[in-house]
Design a binder for this molecule. Structure first.
Ligand SMILES: Cc1cc2nc3c(=O)[nH]c(=O)nc-3n(C[C@H](O)[C@H](O)[C@H](O)COP(=O)(O)OP(=O)(O)OC[C@H]3O[C@@H](n4cnc5c(N)ncnc54)[C@H](O)[C@@H]3O)c2cc1C
Length: 477
């Protein structure tokens, strides 16, 4: 028996991959809340023609992990439910930053890089020059923050306005804490090896052609379609929750036992088997896949493996407030774009606003999502803000920045506690250490989910594939 802890998208995907491989069976998925899907939560208002997403809303279609997700979507029969945003769509081309008192459109093509575009005070190509001429860090670095790397190589403006804002959008995190390896691992390695990013990439291009792992090429028609049609991002009709719902349905049809409302209290690893204490009762399984956040797994293994628990617990998470707002009037917000991000240097209580009704057809509604908090949650809102307080802040910012001052016709305030892990400096080393501990102690435990190898939907589904493959290899030994 294999148990999977957590029925978010990574736990469900792990269940699906185990099922598809046909072994080891049977499988039980244990979920502590009363629903499957984890942070993916789409609230549909079909009669009025709009959707509120409180978690993720778009998936990127490029790269090996993205192809893997598209393969999965096709395999579970949802290819015709994909809602792509093509690269020439306004939401794909237009991304904005709110800085220096106004909304600034970021360049979306080469010509934009050649001229000075606010909030920057010089053309962006100058950042490339800085990289070409900047000296490398004194001694070889093992890791550093995104901010310090980008500031060193490309200048302070890029660090303050581009990269810091981007991190607010991706992980609600602070570029001054997040590891450069989170998004720029390859760039960092190239710089450390060759003394510059551009110089390094050019040198490497001469030495060897980038190696492509043939196994990771697009295999499904959907992935090929995404490439040939040049998708920029996509969702699913009815919202992203369509995907976990479908996987959950397939698992149940195939006799995978999905139990919601169960609380795992402790995990005890025996010689050959694992004892799970669930709601005070013992359940014995052969293998365990944990897709739950690392800080929660830390609690379950604390008694038997305190050293492992300590490392798991050391991965920090942030709280995010997500405010969905809907007006019955179409096109209230005048800018045609994906939305805007607010760099932390602006010192405003929001991370950014997504223009949902600009990205997707929401009939005659204007739908916006305001993201707040993250690394600065407590600074702005204390430890336990009320929903009214958060809504008031969101509406005030929407009024001031987008000039929409009428009250919304409907809204939802979501306070998502500890929802996004922060890959701070040293994260990769810590995760390597965690995996090494598991190997050295022969624990039949696989890890997947957002705590370890990437926080996006693609990353966590990919982590489930790798986790199941690893488990299979162990079984075959
Ligand atoms: C606000 C927000 C916006 C985002 N936007 C995007 C986006 O646009 N695009 C993108 O690609 N990614 C986005 N992400 C990231 C993405 O949503 C997550 O990485 C992904 O959903 C995580 O899935 P998961 O299965 O790893 O974890 P989770 O969704 O956290 O699932 C874990 C599950 O485990 C359960 N659980 C917890 N403890 C236990 C226990 N002890 N026993 C049993 N079950 C337990 C939980 O209830 C949960 O259901 C966003 C995330 C957030 C929070």
């Amino acid at each position: 028996m294999t148990a999977i802890l957590g029925a978010g998208i990574s736990g469900l995907s792990a269940g699906y991959y185990l099922l598809r491989k046909g072994r080891p069976s049977p499988v039980v998925i244990l979920e502590t809340s009363n629903r499957i899907s984890g942070w993916i939560r789409s609230e549909r208002f079909d009669a009025e023609g709009y959707v509120f997403e409180s978690g993720p809303r778009t998936i990127r279609p490029k790269g090996p992990a993205a192809n893997n997700t598209l393969d999965l979507i096709e395999a579970v029969g949802l290819a015709d439910q994909v809602y792509p945003i093509f690269s020439n769509h306004v939401a794909a081309r237009n991304r904005m930053i709110y800085a220096k008192g106004k909304l600034n459109l970021l360049p979306s093509d080469v010509s934009g890089v050649l001229k000075t575009v606010p909030p920057f005070t010089q053309p962006l190509f100058m950042a490339g020059f800085k990289d070409l001429f900047a000296r490398r860090s004194g001694e070889r670095l093992e890791d550093e923050t995104m901010y310090s790397f980008v500031e060193r190589r490309f200048g302070r403006e890029i660090a303050d306005y581009a990269v810091s804002a981007m991190l607010c959008g991706i992980c609600a995190g602070d570029a001054k804490q997040i590891s450069v390896k989170f998004l720029m691992k390859r760039m960092f390695e190239v710089e450390q090896a060759h003394g510059g990013v551009i110089k390094g990439f050019l040198k490497e291009a001469f030495i060897k052609r980038a190696q492509k792992d043939s196994k990771l090429q697009a295999s499904s028609n959907l992935a090929k379609r995404a490439k040939s049609e040049n998708w920029s991002m996509y969702s699913l009709y009815g919202g992203l929750q369509t995907l976990p719902n479908r996987i959950g349905m397939i698992l149940k049809e195939n006799m995978v036992d999905i139990r919601t409302d169960v609380t795992c209290e402790e995990i005890v690893f025996g010689d050959k088997r694992i004892q799970l204490i669930i709601d005070g009762k013992e359940r014995v399984v052969d293998r365990l896949i944990s897709s739950i956040p690392s800080y929660k797994l830390a609690r379950h293994v604390a008694k038997q493996h305190p050293a492992l628990s300590k490392e798991l617990a050391a991965i920090p998470f942030v709280d995010v407030a997500v405010i969905n707002i809907r007006y019955k009037t179409p096109n209230l917000q005048k800018h045609k774009a994906f939305g805007f991000l607010v760099p932390p240097i602006e010192n405003l209580p929001i991370l950014g606003v997504i223009f949902d009704s600009c990205c997707f057809d929401m009939e005659d509604n204007t739908v916006l999502t305001v993201m707040m908090g993250g690394a600065w949650f407590e600074k702005w809102f204390g430890t336990s803000p009320s929903e009214e307080q958060l809504l008031a802040v969101a509406l005030r910012q929407v009024g001031e920045i987008l000039k929409i001052n009428q009250p919304p016709d409907s809204y939802k305030v979501n306070i998502l506690r500890k929802c996004i892990p922060q890959y701070v400096v040293g994260h990769q080393k810590r995760v390597d250490g965690i995996r090494q501990y598991i190997r050295e102690h022969n624990l039949p435990l696989g890890l997947c989910g957002s705590s370890y190898d990437g926080v996006g939907v693609n990353d966590v589904i990919f982590s489930a594939t790798k986790c199941v493959d690893g488990l299979m290899n162990e079984c075959d030994k």
